[in-house]
Design a protein around this ligand. Structure first.
Ligand code: NAD
Ligand code: TYD
Length: 337
């Protein structure tokens, strides 16, 4: 049995990961530690609830005493760190919590991993640490880090600290840097779920700037399978890029969503651009393909259509977010629009 501390497992990617992995493996015992910030939602984990190799704990990764207690109590030997503040717009409005959770929180986990001689520490990071690309080229694992937002700089700080713990103390750290994810359970502040929900509610779709910023999209299950491959077979001290070679300008995605839901492009509203908005992300994931044999399997339009269907069929999930106690968090009003 592998006793694994998964942090941030009530968020979008972490919950998809836990549901996916517990369905597949009974040799993992997962302790899911999540603070349940606005982005954490235990409903995401209904498929895993009640499983004997799953335990949820509400708590903060910055709480060193709690982390120590959990490592001790559950004989934790493995860590997969998803926990983070994850939204660029929020980081522009206030960076402090990003540095607290993403940098200090990672440090607390790394210190425990060092003391308890963890066998693996997987730091789930992002391609945003590389900054922004021009019209051509791809991010590779050797691209210099040039994070541009408070969010991405906090993730870059955590990556560097994790690598230093490998170099200095020999903590078996693995880093993954993935491109933009989409799929079920994504909090409707991110582009795809926000646009789906606004379309369903006949609300305007706020497209930043000229809509030509490019992101490289990957379905969340493809990301999770890549994390599984890195966790199982990755080499400590290494960084692995993860992406599905699916670059797309934002406006194209917005139009695909409108088309799928049979709504008019008149809903599109171009709004003031995000401050410091990265123009283009695109990732070269040949290293993980070559070294670990991982490849994405989901085709974009099909998986987007499946995602849209999920939001159509799970109105209760997002209605509670946009109307109830989470309303104040639903969408940050950033800038004057
Ligand atoms: P999310 O915002 O949906 O979920 C984050 C989770 O972390 C939430 O459940 C939240 O409650 C929890 N959390 C936040 N601060 C915490 C703390 N101090 N202690 C304990 N729990 C805390 O984020 P996500 O989209 O699922 O992203 C997960 C990870 O993947 C992040 O580290 C993010 O940087 C990375 N990532 C995300 C994407 C993407 O497209 N969403 C792409 C690449 C990498
Ligand atoms: P987002 O989902 O916030 O992810 P990230 O900023 O981490 O890439 O945004 C994806 C892209 O969509 C990004 O270029 C900003 C843009 N965007 C909009 O045009 N309108 C919106 O309302 C949001 C949330 C994002």
């Amino acid at each position: 049995m592998k006793n694994i501390l998964v942090t941030g497992g009530a968020g979008f990617i972490g919950s998809n990961f836990i549901n996916y992995i517990l369905d597949k493996r009974d040799d993992y015992f997962i302790v899911n530690l999540d603070k349940l910030t606005y982005a954490g939602n235990l409903e995401n984990l209904i498929p895993s609830e009640g499983k004997k190799n799953y335990q949820f704990i509400r708590g903060d990764i910055c709480n060193a005493e709690l982390i120590d207690y959990l490592f001790n109590k559950y004989k934790i030997k493995f860590v997969i760190n998803f926990a983070a503040e994850s939204h660029v717009d929020r980081s522009i409005l206030g960076s402090e919590v990003f540095f607290r959770s993403n940098v200090i929180g990672t440090n607390v986990l790394l210190e425990a991993a060092r003391r308890y001689e963890s066998e693996k520490f997987l730091q789930v990071s992002t391609d945003e640490v590389y900054g922004s690309l021009g019209t051509d080229g791809l991010f590779t694992e050797t691209t210099l880090l040039h994070p541009n937002s408070p969010y991405s700089s906090s993730k870059a700080g955590a990556d560097l600290m994790a690598l230093s713990f490998h170099h200095t103390y020999g903590v078996p750290v693995l880093i993954t840097r993935c491109s933009n994810n989409y799929g079920p359970y994504q909090f409707p502040e991110k582009l795809i779920p926000l646009m789906i929900i606004n379309t369903l509610n006949d609300k305007k779709l706020p497209v930043y700037g000229d809509g030509q910023n490019v992101r490289d999209w990957i379905y969340v299950i493809d990301h999770n399978k890549a994390l599984e491959a890195v966790f199982e077979k990755g080499k400590p001290g290494e960084v692995y890029n993860i992406g599905a070679s699916n670059e797309m300008p934002n406006i194209k995605i917005v139009k695909l969503i409108l088309k799928e839901l049979g709504k008019s492009e008149g809903l599109i509203k171009y709004v003031k651009d995000r401050l410091g908005h990265d123009r283009r992300y695109a990732i070269d994931s040949s290293k993980i393909a070559k070294e670990l044999g991982w490849k994405p399997v989901f085709e974009f339009e099909e998986a987007l259509s499946h995602t849209i269907k999920w939001y159509v069929e799970n109105k209760n999930w997002w209605n509670r977010i946009i109307s109830g106690e989470y309303q104040k968090y639903y969408r940050v009003q950033y800038g004057s629009r």
